[in-house]
Write a protein of this length. Structure first.
Lengths: 577, 214
């Protein structure tokens, strides 16, 4: 259902009616946080969302379905696959969660080089389907580019964000163990999911054989033991169903829909406007700051303007770049705040090409109960204090072990009763690992606007031009060699590894294009995520990333958002903005 | 991201899948009326074939109780590529012809013992074929596999005939997948807990305990 768009149309309401204290573009993981903080701090806040509304629980149509209740038992049809060559690459684009993904034809873009742009246009954005892994960055990551001379320096260090990480962790609920690792700082944790017996064995073996490599429970945004803050949000304990991408009716994992947005709404300061594609940010040449946002209503195709003192850009990394590039004015002919010409450049992502698996004998007297929605992690052990490899950057290794139904392959006959019965018991244990590797920001990896092709709303289409380089190949190879060695020493056999050669983007960790930095000549944003040249516009989603680090980025976006929102409200009080 | 599911999906895909949609021209003298790719008789036959692969045992019902024929019809019709659909539907005819040739009766008329014996032979034939395909595949470099995947995405890939799966591999794969994710398969042959409530990483396993369905 379209929202009541006529009510807030500028033509019927006038400027005053369309004026808020703050506008947040996007309702995903960082937009939700901007809304929560700004509303709590007393600002009347308008959240613009290009997609439909998705209400917590009510709009999770598949959340409680058993496998047999899906027509294709969770599979994907040939038609859906053929119509969505990009989206169908995503592991979660199947019958169970397809409704939370943008179909290829819904928002076209131009792949100058192959790039899988996976999007979720709805209230909550991709926070409904995100991976939920929430490690903190360490100073190794913040200082890496500067220490080793790749990329540009971050204007912040770990100490600048540590307390904001805590602020976010306490609210969203992060489970994990305090491991005391310098490459993966501890935070405010709820109890971790347990390692299973094979994972525990891997942990001990790796520690014994290497001394400085640590397999630990990773940190995940799941409520293993909700505290009052979470109960107040209406959320409950994670039920270990591992059906997260469908939306969780228990609120067991964090999403904008289950947490920040309803929280913001409770203040009475929040207005969410779905079906609102942002065309551009309006720049006031006299006041020399942004005055509002121009949107196109996707139902009426009508253009409307909204106004506010401050604007948060949280449209997801590439869409935030697109909006800024399309926000041209006399002062900024090449995109808002883009004096440096850097906007859209240095797009980077995470290297997710490495997959590895194997089998391990024994442990047949052990099993587990429930479905663990998390993986274990081997914290980055590469290029920390110095460069100790032939590549730059580090990587995180996700891993785990499980024990599936016996495949029946050892049964003498693979037809009939005995065969069937053999498959009803668990088989041996299998072990897996996959890579999340840092990539190096490069000027040639960029996005820009098409000069001739427009989308359905009259906005230029985005051109993506992003590719891997030699460093990615070397890092990938190191992951294969090292992980295979660690696993072999732990007794894992029949190890295979695969380079998925997947296109950049399928990692769904696209970052950069509007990076932070101290120097306006070499960066777009200052240390508070404000545009150097348009100080009332804040970009706090993946677009702000100066480098990629090796940890999952979402919690850093949330942290930077909360930090920026609190900063801006202080500045407003002092009349500095 | 939660990539674990992706891994299991890969395993699924590696089994092979595909297409269909033309009317039969080969061998079949008086084809029964079909609604789409499958006649009622086809579905009944697939029920029996599935139930021979996974029969009723003391602990749990067989694949027929999971309406495995109807499941195969849905998956082949909706999810297979046209070329795999053809392999599958041609396969139904081949299966019937082979039964006729070997036992001088139709599969439906054969005794349970005969059906089992027949499918064991067919399974061996299918396994040999799978091994050949795997051998072909192992000769490909990562680059070639990647190229193949890109072509598949674009719909320009033409699978060489020597890589066509055996129809019985498709039937068996769908039987296993469909049965163990069906209500009787998941809840009676295996153990299914819709809402575990919490996760325990390491608990004792004693022989005879069923595997978790998901």
């Amino acid at each position: 259902m379209p929202q009541d768009s006529s009510k807030i149309n500028i033509n019927s309401g006038g400027v005053q009616k369309n004026t808020y204290d703050a506008i947040v573009i996007g309702s995903g993981i960082s937009g939700g946080w901007a809304a929560k903080e700004l509303c709590e701090l007393g600002l009347k806040t308008l959240v613009l969302e290009r997609g439909r509304d998705v209400k917590h629980i009510k709009d999770y149509p598949t959340a409680n379905l058993a496998p047999w209740e899906f027509r294709h038992h969770g599979g994907i049809t040939d038609k859906d696959k053929k119509e969505n060559p990009v989206a169908s690459h995503c592991y979660a684009f199947e019958e169970t969660a397809m409704h939370f993904f943008v179909k290829d034809k819904e928002h076209q873009y131009i792949q100058e080089k192959p790039f899988d742009w996976i999007r979720g246009y709805q209230v909550g954005g991709k926070s409904l389907t995100w991976g939920r892994c929430t490690q903190r960055w360490s100073d190794f990551e913040f200082s890496g580019p500067q220490r080793f001379g790749y990329g540009w320096d971050w204007p912040i260090r770990y100490k600048d964000v540590a307390s904001w990480y805590s602020h976010v962790e306490k609210f969203i609920g992060v489970c994990g163990s305090k491991d005391g690792l310098e490459a993966m700082p501890d935070g405010e944790f709820l109890p971790p999911f347990e390692l299973n017996c094979v994972e525990q064995h891997l942990k001990e073996s790796i520690l014994k054989n290497y001394g400085n490599r640590f397999l630990v429970h990773a940190r995940w945004a799941h409520l293993t033991q909700p505290n009052q803050t979470h109960i107040d949000q209406g959320r409950g304990k994670c039920q270990a169903r591992n059906l997260c991408t469908r939306g969780c009716p228990f609120g067991g994992y964090f999403s904008s829909n289950s947490s920040t947005l309803p929280w913001a709404a409770k203040t009475g300061n929040l207005t969410i406007r779905p079906f609102s594609v942002v065309h551009s940010i309006i720049y006031d040449e006299q006041k020399q700051k942004a005055s509002g946002v121009r949107i196109v209503d996707t139902n009426t195709k009508q253009s409307t303007e909204f106004f506010a003192k401050i604007i948060f850009v949280n449209g997801s990394a590439l869409n935030s770049n697109l909006i800024l590039l399309n926000s041209t004015s006399k002062r900024f002919p090449n995109g808002l705040g883009n004096d440096s010409g850097l906007l859209g450049k240095y797009i980077c992502h995470h290297n997710y090409r490495g997959w590895l698996g194997g089998e391990i004998d024994g442990f047949t007297d052990s099993y587990y109960f429930g479905r663990n929605p998390t993986d274990a992690i081997i914290a980055n052990y590469r290029n920390l204090h110095q460069i100790d490899t032939d590549f730059l950057g580090g990587y995180t290794t996700y891993c785990g072990a499980h024990r599936d139904r016996n495949n029946g392959n050892n049964n003498p006959q693979q037809i009939g009763a005995a065969y069937k019965e053999s498959m009803t018991e668990p088989g041996g244990w299998t072990v897996y690992a996959y890579l999340q590797g840092e990539t190096i920001p490069k000027e040639k990896n960029h996005v820009r606007l098409s000069t001739d092709k427009k989308d359905d709303w009259g906005i230029p289409q985005l051109i993506t031009s992003v590719e891997y380089d030699d460093n990615d190949d070397k890092l990938l190879n190191d992951f294969f060699v090292q992980t295979e060695e660690m696993f072999t020493k732990a007794g894992v056999k029949n190890i295979y590894h695969t380079d998925s050669k997947q296109a950049p983007g399928l990692d769904i960790h696209e970052m950069g294009g509007c990076r932070m930095g101290n120097d306006p000549k070499t960066s777009m944003l200052d240390k508070w995520n404000a545009l150097h040249h348009c100080k009332n516009v804040f970009v706090t989603d993946g677009a702000c990333m100066t480098s990629t680090g090796n940890q999952s980025p979402s919690i850093l976006y949330m942290t930077l958002t909360a930090r920026a929102a609190n900063y801006v409200v202080e500045q407003l009080k002092k009349n500095n903005i | 991201m939660d990539r674990r599911e992706a891994l299991s999906r890969v395993a699924l895909i590696m089994g092979g899948t595909i297409i269909g949609a033309e009317a039969f021209l080969s061998g079949c003298k008086n084809p029964p009326a079909k609604e789409g790719l499958f006649s009622t008789e086809d579905v009944a036959l697939l029920d029996e074939v599935g139930d021979t692969i996974l029969p009723t045992t003391a602990a749990s019902p067989g694949a027929k109780a999971a309406q495995i024929g109807a499941f195969m019809k849905v998956i082949v019709t909706d999810c297979y590529t046209p070329e795999d659909q053809k392999i599958f539907t041609d396969g139904i005819i081949k299966l019937q012809d082979a039964a006729q040739k070997k036992y001088s009766k139709s599969f439906m008329e054969m005794s349970p013992e005969q059906r089992t014996e027949f499918l064991i032979a067919l399974d061996k034939e299918a396994n040999d074929r799978s091994k050949e395909i795997a051998a072909n595949d192992s000769k490909l470099t990562d680059e070639q596999k990647h190229e193949r995947k890109l072509q598949q995405d674009l719909g320009t890939y033409k699978r060489p005939v020597e890589d066509d799966p055996h129809y019985f591999s498709l039937i068996k794969q769908l039987t296993l997948w469909g049965y163990f994710t069906s209500k009787p398969g998941a809840t009676q042959a295996l153990r299914y807990v819709a809402v575990p409530g919490s996760y325990q990483g390491c608990i004792p396993y004693k022989k005879g305990d069923k595997a978790w369905a998901t």
